[in-house]
Design a protein around this ligand. Structure first.
Ligand SMILES: [Zn+2]
Length: 164
């Protein structure tokens, strides 16, 4: 079956919609934050009974030590880490925005306190994260992400609710 959308039209659509999206959206730093993970310290021997470090070098860690406290975990025996990842997305806030973000595509309903849009190929980090930071403010995802677009330009939009 012949492709009903000529490539020329697809490129035109992608270019114009990208420009429109950029001009109607506020620039914000969008960061995906993943659930905290706890792993055993890679530098010292662990005391499973007292659930802390034995403060003895394990022989393979990155920072050999002979003092009284493991320099990597500071004697805790475990390392907590939170993974963050910045994504490229356009942001629209529902309230308190002075950047002319009142314009909406026809039929678009903004349900939460904010909405982000990004290319569908970049959606995995957003789908997998626990919450998002928009310019440092915590938001959670609500509802079902909505996908729309044409051929090579498909975006997904997420409704967000303030979570702080
Ligand atoms: Zn340690």
């Amino acid at each position: 079956m012949a492709d009903p959308i000529p490539n020329k039209l697809d490129v035109l659509y992608r270019t114009k919609i990208t420009a429109l999206n950029l001009s109607l959206s506020k620039r914000a730093k969008v960061v995906c934050v993943y659930p905290e993970t706890v792993t055993q310290c890679p530098n010292c021997k662990y005391d499973h009974v007292h659930k802390s470090s034995l403060n003895v070098y394990n022989g393979t860690g990155p920072e050999p030590f002979t003092g009284n406290r493991c320099p990597v975990c500071r004697g805790v025996g475990q390392i907590k880490s939170v993974v963050r990842r910045r994504v490229q997305a356009n942001v629209r806030y529902k309230h308190g925005d002075t950047d002319g973000n009142e314009y909406r595509a026809q039929g678009e309903i903004l349900e939460g306190d904010a909405m982000i849009k990004l290319l569908v190929r970049d959606r995995a980090p957003v789908d997998e994260c626990e919450y998002l930071l928009l310019d440092g403010v915590r938001y959670k995802k609500i509802g079902t992400p909505l996908q729309r677009g044409l051929k090579s330009y498909v975006i997904v939009q997420y409704q967000l609710k303030l979570d702080s």
